[in-house]
Design a protein around this ligand. Structure first.
Ligand code: GRF
Length: 210
């Protein structure tokens, strides 16, 4: 939990469009919300998400993998930028890089990701296509803690399900899931900021949840 009166300092990692970033920026624009986005970091210079950050008056930073010899030194540079800004929680939102243990160790229990499927089903790339190809009747969105596993493996914080319609395409399914993502991510960050999440093994317990 953060000291009384101060809000949790949040960084958002992005690579592209940034609609989940926007949901977090919109939530943090409300002074009553217990978290505030203080920096947005992109690995791509042209990410539209950077414009969203600037429009909200939030620092927009590019850390380019081209400037580093390998994954580990890139991840350590990220850690340095985050630490310098006293970030208490990192939210990966459409960040298209796998973070190594150099990062996940530094932010263990303080880094989240959002993925557009009901994990552990359909991790990794093209989850909507995977769900459709598999003939799943239900898919959805998951917010989870980052761990040192492969991709999309950490303890699950919140999930929302979405029915798959027979005529769904990747676009229509992804649009319906995205609506749920935009509700879920700010809620997960709120629970974290309020000190209501604890991790026991693989399970995330939510205080006050019946
Ligand atoms: C979202 O579907 C997110 O779950 C996934 O990548 C997409 C990013 O979209 N990891 P946006 O950049 O937040 O609009």
């Amino acid at each position: 939990m953060t000291p009384a009166g101060s809000r949790l300092r949040v960084a958002v990692l992005v690579s592209g469009r940034g609609s989940n970033l926007q949901a977090l920026l919109d939530a943090s624009a409300n002074a009553e919300y217990p978290a505030e986005v203080v920096v947005v970091i992109s690995d791509r210079e042209r990410a539209a998400a950077l414009d969203r950050a600037r429009a909200a008056g939030v620092e927009a930073l590019v850390v380019s993998p081209k400037d580093f010899a390998d994954r580990e030194t890139f991840d350590l540079a990220l850690v340095r930028e985050l630490t310098a800004r006293r970030v208490g929680l990192v939210c990966s939102a459409g960040f298209m890089r796998i973070l190594s243990s150099a990062f996940t160790r530094a932010f263990a229990g303080r880094a989240m990701n959002i993925h557009p499927s009901l994990l552990p089903a359909f991790p990794g790339l093209h989850p909507h296509r995977q769900a459709l190809d598999h003939g799943a009747k239900v898919s959805g969105a998951t917010v989870h803690f980052l761990d040192e596993g492969a991709v999309d493996t950490g303890p699950i914080i919140l999930q929302a399900s979405v029915a798959v319609q027979p005529d769904d395409t990747e676009d229509t399914l992804s649009a319906r899931i995205l609506t749920e993502e935009h509700r879920l991510y700010p809620e997960a960050v709120r629970l974290f900021a309020e000190g209501r999440l604890s991790v026991v093994g693989r399970r995330v317990l939510v205080k006050g949840d019946r």
